[in-house]
Design a protein around this ligand. Structure first.
Ligand code: SF4
Length: 481
């Protein structure tokens, strides 16, 4: 019997998967690093000492590559808008314009357009001139400090906590959610200071966890744990592993991407091996959560660091990226990143957070509707277990998948969300209300933009009271319906 099926040509897919080989861009293309050796590049101390911390150092590194207008743009941003000070390790600088370009206008344009530059070295002209901040933007947009049960310990979800052990990182991202606390003060943001001595704070955190058996999961964060002396971090983790109720420990470190040399140090690898072995014996999972936003950041040395941690015995290395317009907010960029992580570095794509409503972040943010579209467009390419969820961190609620909205006013860009647990600062009234989240105003239809032009400047408390009245009416309508 002959087949009646005609041979078919494969149909072009909206996303064409191709396995990409990772490559370390050649750092010698930067005039300031012409003589840097491979050994220096692998040396974490060399990387830390040669971070770019100011415009003068950027000029020295770039030589004649960039036009003056870029530096002026950067300086203006530092003076008038930046919520984070400048700190870019060589490893991250080297992922910007990886293929190089002709010095001058061509290089400057390529640098302006570069996705990693856009969030690590933001400039004034990147930001929006109309609504640079949303009227509801706040310094601690997730109200984590309100939920501190010990200094640096946020108890927001019933069974899990966030322990901010230190307020620094080896790199500072322009969009940092914890801009209230993390990093050095900038001309626009005076940072909050942790007041307790580190050891006292860590003891208080451990004490709370010993007294609170319903907590089983601890995100050990900062800042970035890569900035903590290893002996101190290991001592904290060892104490954590002695608490019977703790079953999951997640170490938050963007340094695996920005300064992988840290995680390749012999003492760090050996220390992680000891921690992982103790965890295994006690049936506890220790994982690393890192933060890559673009495929260009995933290089061979990042893959090496990830493998080193898996070999040391951590259960998993997972990525929590941030969805950022101009950086990765299109399905191709997101999928390229996920496949780069998964195929090249055995890093599990886990979440993409919508960029939070901090001051001056509107040019990075996308609407909930756009995030829903992106989630839709990503489905079906990656294995199910490695398909990341795009999540919205709704103030006073917590992470919600973007399709979990209860209601949505697309004209004013207000989405409404419900919750199914109470944070440490709420009572039963929390169960019976809707919580608002706001789309960037420039993404709204003309009527919505007009509404915000008329209402966006009234006192935030009055605006919130009026909006909560609307939310109550919407909730009642939903309950009736
Ligand atoms: S690494 Fe994380 S905590 Fe540190 S600046 Fe970047 S986003 Fe903020």
């Amino acid at each position: 019997m002959t087949s009646t099926l005609a041979p078919t040509t494969p149909r072009a897919q909206p996303y064409a998967y191709r396995r990409a080989e990772l490559a370390e861009p050649d750092w010698h293309r930067f005039p300031g690093w012409r003589d840097v050796t491979a050994d220096q590049w692998r040396d974490v101390q060399w990387q830390r000492v040669h971070c770019v911390k100011n415009v003068k150092q950027l000029r020295e590194l770039m030589g004649d590559l960039l036009d003056d207008r870029f530096y002026a743009d950067l300086e203006r941003d530092q003076a008038e808008r930046a919520t984070m000070s400048m700190l870019v390790p060589p490893q991250m600088m080297n992922t910007m314009v990886p293929a190089g370009a002709e010095a001058g206008a061509a290089y400057t344009e390529a640098f302006y357009a570069d996705p990693v530059r856009r969030y690590m070295l933001p400039v004034f002209s990147d930001r929006r001139g109309d609504w640079s901040s949303h009227p509801h933007a706040t310094r601690d947009s997730l109200h984590e400090h309100d939920m501190w049960v010990a200094e640096g310990l946020t108890h927001r979800y019933p069974t899990k906590v966030l322990a901010e052990l230190l307020p620094t990182c080896p790199q500072y991202c322009g969009h940092c959610t914890r801009m209230d606390l993390v990093g050095n003060s900038t001309p626009t943001i005076e940072k909050l200071k942790l007041v307790g001595r580190p050891q006292d704070r860590h003891d208080a955190i451990l004490d709370y966890l010993r007294r609170t058996p319903e907590v089983r999961d601890v995100v050990v964060s900062g800042g970035d744990v890569a900035n903590m002396p290893w002996a101190r971090l290991e001592a904290f983790l060892t104490s954590l592993l002695e608490i019977d109720n703790i079953r999951d420990i997640r170490l938050a470190t963007k340094a695996l991407i920005g300064l992988p040399q840290h995680w390749l140090q012999d003492d760090v690898r050996a220390g992680m091996e000891r921690v992982a072995m103790t965890a295994r014996k006690r049936g506890v999972s220790v994982a690393i959560h890192t933060h890559a936003n673009h495929a260009n950041s995933v290089t061979p040395i990042v893959a090496e660091a990830s493998r080193a941690m898996l070999e040391a015995g951590v259960r998993d290395v997972r990525n929590q990226g941030v969805l950022l317009a101009g950086v990765n907010a299109d399905a191709h960029s997101l999928l390229d990143l996920c496949f780069g992580l998964l195929d090249g570095a055995q890093i599990m794509p886990y979440y993409f957070y919508m960029c939070d409503m901090i001051p001056f972040s509107e040019h990075w943010r996308v609407s909930v509707r756009e995030a829903q579209r992106l989630q839709h467009d990503m489905m079906g390419y990656l294995p199910g277990f490695a398909t990341p969820r795009i999540v919205c961190d709704v103030p006073y609620v917590g992470k919600r998948w973007v399709h979990q909205i209860a209601d949505y006013d697309t004209e004013r860009g207000i989405s409404y969300w419900t919750k199914n647990y109470r944070t440490s600062i709420e009572g039963s009234e929390a169960d019976d209300r809707l919580y608002e989240y706001y789309d960037p105003i420039h993404t709204l239809p003309a009527e919505g933009q007009q509404w915000w032009a008329e209402h966006g400047n009234i006192a935030a408390a009055d605006l919130r009271a009026a909006e909560q009245a609307v939310a109550s009416r919407r909730l009642a309508a939903l309950q009736l319906g």
